[in-house]
Design a binder for this molecule. Structure first.
Ligand code: UD1
Ligand code: UDP
Length: 384
């Protein structure tokens, strides 16, 4: 037992991890008597990560710089494992904190396990029990769940999943999702600073905005083509509709989007943008009439902005939004997406019913709960 500050090492590397960890990192850094904070980025995303580090003023202590264009999952995982190991030896943290379900999170947890360092999992317990969807994230999450000693479940449903898998109740804390802490921060402190009319001068008050994101690996190929065609249909069918799609940098996303949707840009009602920063994305969510997405984080955020979200997946590890009525699963079938978009654009009551649901994913206080749990564990619990 010791009174020295607990050494926390945050390891992350993609856009969503950065967004969901920055409130926690900031809160931990604000308590130097309790926590010594170090940050290691894998660089799994290079451009998308760097933009967010800058926005959130996070200066990494270590950068593994692993990203390669068109990287394979195995080569990516191998580089994280290989390059993180000496960092763990050198920094000797008490706890390695990872977030969610990326290859960085999975490989970092495994590297910590190899060095017998405790792992804390932020956003633990989400499951589909279908290893094919989301792929490879479902397995990544289960692997981290097997390794972690601290499980920070965003909801009671996520906690129950962990209990069912045999995780001891005293290792699980229901905290809310730190992504909702990020939403609270951006809305309170950052959004007022953005001149939306200037940044997105193409947004017109007489048009309704559909904000789109799509990047899931399990949809690549036919599913992706079909969802692009559905977006084209929506533009054809609704003359007052404006679509904004910040397109993920993955070449498997860029290619079909540009090929299928490129010609529709000439309508003036489709805007294919490079990825926008978190503040700009929040402004777009705020301005949107509806959201069409396959993103995990975006389906959690949309209810905070009172925007109905159509989720282009067949299953979700985040069923709370669907059960509450804020999110609807529409898969990637062209006709199903088109019908769901049509309904929201023509049936105001259906739109209102989804828009008025309270966000089930958190209350903006998750970071404090996680740090209280970490601070209260004076010694690292051993596995049962
Ligand atoms: C990863 C995560 C996924 C998460 C997504 C968030 C895994 C297995 N997947 O998927 O869970 O939802 O991030 O966006 O960890 N690229 C760039 N610059 C960037 C980022 C990506 O050029 O800043 C390109 C590169 O060619 C890269 C490719 O996109 O090889 C794929 O990136 P990768 O991180 O492997 O997969 P994502 O699909 O982004
Ligand atoms: N986001 C962003 N800019 C964009 C698209 C998304 O800042 O151009 C944010 C969004 O607000 C959410 C997060 O990125 O917080 C979701 O990340 P992504 O969809 O890449 O990953 P997922 O959540 O599906 O793992």
């Amino acid at each position: 037992m010791t009174d020295r500050p607990k050494k926390l090492l945050f390891v992350f590397g993609t856009r969503p991890e950065t967004i969901k960890l920055f409130p926690l990192i900031a809160a931990a850094k604000a308590q130097p008597q309790r926590f010594e904070v170090q940050v290691c980025v894998s660089g799994q995303h290079r451009q998308m990560l760097d933009a967010f580090l800058q926005l959130f003023a996070i200066a990494p202590d270590v950068d593994l710089d692993v990203m390669q264009q068109g990287q394979t999952l195995s080569s990516l995982a191998a580089r994280v494992l290989e390059r993180l190991d000496p960092v763990l030896v050198h920094l000797a943290p008490d706890v390695v904190l990872v977030q969610g379900d990326t290859t960085t999170a999975m490989a970092a947890a495994l590297a910590a396990f190899h060095r017998q360092i405790a792992v804390g999992h932020v956003e633990a317990g989400l499951r589909t029990w279908d290893l094919a969807a989301p792929f490879p994230e479902e397995l990544n999450r289960q692997v981290v769940g097997r390794i972690a000693q601290y499980h920070f479940a965003p909801t009671a449903w996520a906690r129950d999943n962990l209990l069912r898998e045999g995780v001891a109740a005293q290792r699980i804390w229901v905290t809310g999702n730190t992504g909702i802490d990020a939403v609270a921060h951006v809305r309170q402190h950052l959004l007022p600073k953005l001149n939306v009319a200037e940044r997105f001068a193409f947004l017109r008050p007489d048009q309704r905005l559909m904000l789109v994101t799509g990047h899931r690996r399990e949809s690549f190929g036919a599913g992706f083509e079909s969802l692009c065609l559905a977006i084209g249909d929506a533009i054809d069918r609704h003359p007052d509709l404006c679509v904004v799609y910040p397109v993920h940098l993955n070449p498997n996303v860029q290619a079909p989007v540009q090929r299928i949707l490129g010609p529709a840009v000439a309508t003036g009602r489709l805007h294919l943008l490079p990825p926008v920063d978190y503040l700009e994305f929040a402004a777009l969510l705020n301005a949107a009439y509806l959201v069409l997405t396959d993103s995990g984080g975006v389906q959690e955020e949309a209810p905070s902005y009172g925007k109905p979200a159509l989720c282009m997946r067949s299953v979700t590890e985040r069923p709370e939004g669907v059960e509450a009525g804020a999110v609807r699963l529409v898969g990637t079938d062209r006709a199903a997406i088109t019908a769901a978009v049509d309904q929201l654009l023509t049936d105001e009551q259906a739109w209102r019913k989804m828009a008025e649901v309270r966000n089930p994913y958190g209350d903006g206080q998750a970071s404090g709960r996680i740090l209280d749990a970490l601070g209260a564990c004076r010694s690292i619990p051993t596995r049962s």
